[in-house]
Design a protein around this ligand. Structure first.
Ligand code: NOJ
Length: 766
């Protein structure tokens, strides 16, 4: 019988059940995230529009806009409850003003997240991340992140868009400069150290800020090294080689994740449910919030995923919580809810995550927590911070070649200091340092004078970074980095050669301007520009000792230069203390100890190139050409400079490699010991590296892959026994079913000072 009661039941029951399901799902998630009563109470008061407002992240401009749009009418939007966070604004007073608008002028008074890109230091700029990773010093890296957090929070910022942990094996991609290079093991250690540094143990501490692991995921695998390009790879490669650093950062407690620009399996990351929900939340248990990259939701239109309403709905349903700059969420989500394309609960859940972040920061207790105008003076650019920047810089340098032991230089030498980067401040900080002031940096010329006031230095520019005016224009979008002199290249060169005439030694500071690497700075030719090559060739011909201090954000092709009779010290873009740190190393106050974290190719044709390659079925037994082996006709397989490589003013010997057991059971760790001796004439630090080869397994294994390292300081003549532990997990890999397993059988280990380490031991996993 169709009574009124049953009709009501029929119509409302499904909705009621749905409501129950959604409500209980909501509480389940809230419980999993330890429902925070203040947040839950607030959510109950919020209208749908107010919740959507929290998902909107804007930048009023003034910082670096990394897309073609900057937000308009920001103040009105905050007042209308349409903004959850801002970035690109700083200074305690400005931040206080912004928070006052949010707190006093909106119905619910919810404070704002204040984001920023603090990639390698705030005002005290440290070396670019690829350089910093070359220190292999996790305490140091953590300290730099901690100082970055202290300075940034003093200036009002509570949320950092760092660490960037994208594995990169293609140096054409300019953003290789922003990460820790090619290796997932090292990359994971760096990721953890940075998260610890930014967030420490307690986000309510006023000197900490939220870390954002980015760019999730696989951004470093952009095809052809062209920025923002397509990525496509197998799941096993993803899990074994590209995903570990993101996971490590999340396991270390990173509260936020930024989705990347690229697509993954054909779906842009910002709208990829497999990535943002199935993997990130369900498999990895991430409970923080996900923010899009700059207008990456809108960019899904260009990717071919539909109109703004469709891509916004796709993104929020995929698990994206906050929309950076594009306002697709703000302008279309309400409509999508009305049309049943997005559930209100999905929006509530995204909003909950953002409110939880604000709660964890302590913003509900005190929205002005980061607006103490006394802090900048006290915490920013202190002597201690600059001291750390100098230490970080000198530990990042990698010595490639020391021709006739030219280095270290005498502090009374007559030096011809030449090269377009020798007297530059604009290029010392490197890419992604918009919060730093290049004019505060120490040029190389100044640094040499500071550290060795008794040297006689004659300076000449010698060459332009490049003579190509259209190239210069592209490099100078953020200001003058590549300045072409009015003097002719011939006149510049003549001045340099003149300066060299009376010198004991020539120091040439050459390489890339800071914006020749970084975002939207891909290059197909990664050699030193021809203008500088000419200078280097001519200097080498003088017969005088020549030292190249080589600056770059990425691995370069320096095959020609390495062949010349010159010494080469790779100095990346060293940061605010550039000149002082370079002088410390050139004069031997610090013995260089950095090692490469990304392979340097011989030529662009070898790319992608990385140490953990597989054997193939037709490996070449040597570089001698054999038909039908995996080789090139026109170049060797070996890179120019291997992963892990870096020289010192002293030398190190490795002996007595031992394992504590020849057989181990599943779940057991193994201890590896090696004696390292400083056999040269200087005290120095060696980075001892451990590589593993799983001899037979169900998926083709890498020939060797990094699984441990230790920095050890040795006085000249000193020997130390270094103990490295291979944990049970270090033997594991993701198999064809994506299970993380260690398969029984033989393992080989190699220990030494780079990825060509030859000292070998074996053990068996039963
Ligand atoms: C775009 C970059 O890809 C990302 O790394 C950065 O955090 C945002 N712009 C915000 O500036």
């Amino acid at each position: 019988k169709n009574t009124i009661a049953t009709r009501i039941m029929k119509n409302t029951l499904p909705k009621f059940l749905l409501f129950l399901a959604i409500a209980s799902f909501g509480t389940a998630v809230a419980q999993k995230q330890q429902a925070i009563p203040e947040v839950e109470a607030l959510l109950k008061k919020m209208t749908l529009e107010e919740k959507i407002g929290q998902l909107n992240l804007l930048t009023p401009g003034g910082g670096v806009a990394t897309g073609s749009v900057v937000s308009k009418n920001v103040e009105e939007k905050i007042k209308a409850g349409n903004v959850g966070g801002l970035f690109g604004v700083s200074g305690p007073d400005k931040i206080r003003q912004a928070q006052e608008i949010a707190v006093k002028k909106t119905r619910l008074g919810i404070p704002l997240l204040i984001g920023s890109d603090i990639i390698h230091g705030y005002k005290t700029t440290f070396p670019t991340p690829l350089g910093l990773s070359s220190s292999w010093d996790m305490n140091l890296i953590e300290q730099t992140a901690q100082i970055a957090a202290k300075e940034a929070t003093a200036d009002g910022i509570n949320w950092n868009f760092s660490p960037m942990v994208d594995i990169a094996r293609d140096p054409r991609w300019g953003r290789i400069a922003e990460g820790a290079g090619e290796d997932p093991y090292l990359g994971s250690q760096v990721a953890k150290a940075m998260v610890r540094g930014y967030q420490q143990k307690d986000l309510t501490n006023e000197a900490t800020m939220i870390a954002t692991v980015k760019h999730f995921a696989l951004y470093g695998a952009s095809e052809g090294g062209r920025d923002y390009n397509t990525t496509d790879m197998s799941r096993v490669r993803m899990f074994n080689e590209y995903l570990p650093p993101y996971k490590a950062a999340i396991d270390a407690g990173a509260e936020s994740v930024m989705s990347s620009f690229n697509d993954v399996d054909g779906v842009p990351a910002s709208g990829n449910k497999w990535l943002l929900t199935d993997l990130l939340r369900d498999k990895w248990g991430f409970e923080g919030f996900v923010v899009s990259d700059y207008t990456s939701v809108n960019e899904m239109i260009a990717h071919g995923m539909g109109d703004l309403q469709a891509v916004s709905a796709l993104s929020i349903n995929a698990g994206l919580d906050m929309d950076m700059v594009g306002e697709g969420f703000l302008t279309t989500l309400k409509k999508s809810v009305d049309e049943g394309k997005v559930s209100e609960e999905t929006i509530t859940q995204a909003c909950r995550r953002i409110l939880v972040a604000k709660y964890k920061l302590g913003l509900f207790k005190d929205p002005y927590k980061y607006s103490d105008s006394k802090r900048p003076k006290r915490d920013i650019l202190t002597d201690a911070n600059k001291k750390l920047a100098r230490e970080a810089a000198r530990k990042s340098f990698v010595l490639f070649k020391n021709e006739n032991n030219t280095l270290p230089l005498s502090k009374t030498a007559k030096i011809a200091l030449v090269g377009p980067l020798a007297d530059s401040k604009n290029n010392m900080l490197g890419t992604w340092a918009p919060t730093g002031d290049p004019q505060l940096s120490v040029s190389i010329l100044e640094g040499l004078k500071n550290v060795a006031p008794n040297t006689q230095i004659t300076y000449a520019k010698g060459a332009n970074i490049s003579n190509d005016t259209s190239f210069a224009k592209k490099v100078n979008v953020f200001g003058p980095r590549l300045e072409i002199s009015e003097e002719s290249p011939e006149a510049l060169l003549a001045e340099a050669l003149k300066a060299a005439e009376n010198a004991d030694v020539i120091v040439a500071v050459v390489g890339e301007a800071s914006e020749m690497s970084g975002e939207a700075a891909s290059r197909t030719d990664i050699s030193i520009p021809e203008s500088q090559k000419v200078l280097i060739r001519e200097l080498a011909k003088t017969g005088k000792p020549v030292v190249l201090a080589l600056m770059s954000g990425r691995p370069l092709v320096i095959t020609e230069e390495l062949d010349l009779p010159v010494s080469i010290l790779q100095i990346w873009h060293p940061g605010i203390e550039a000149g002082n740190a370079v002088a410390d190393v050139l004069f031997g106050d610090y013995n260089p100890s950095g090692k490469l974290t990304a392979t340097w190719p011989r030529n662009v044709g070898q790319i992608p190139i990385y140490h953990s390659e597989k054997n193939t079925g037709r490996p070449a037994p040597s570089e001698a050409f054999e038909k039908f082996k995996s080789q090139y006709l026109d170049a060797p397989n070996a890179p120019l400079l291997a992963f892990g490589f870096g020289l010192s003013y002293t030398t190190f010997d490795y002996n007595n490699l031992q394992v504590n057991k020849k057989e181990i059971a599943q779940g057991e760790a193994i201890e590896v010991r090696v004696d390292v001796t400083n056999t040269g004439a200087y005290d120095g630090t060696e980075i001892v590296q451990l590589y593993l080869h799983d001899v037979v397994r169900s998926l083709t294994p890498p020939i060797r892959t990094l699984k441990g390292f230790e920095n050890v300081f040795l006085k000249k003549g000193e020997t130390k026994t270094v103990v490295l532990t291979l944990e049970a997990d270090d033997l594991k890999f993701y198999n064809g079913s994506l299970d993380f397993v260690a398969e029984a059988g033989e393992f080989e280990i190699f220990v030494g000072g780079d990825s060509n380490a030859s000292l070998k031991e074996t053990f068996t996993l039963n």
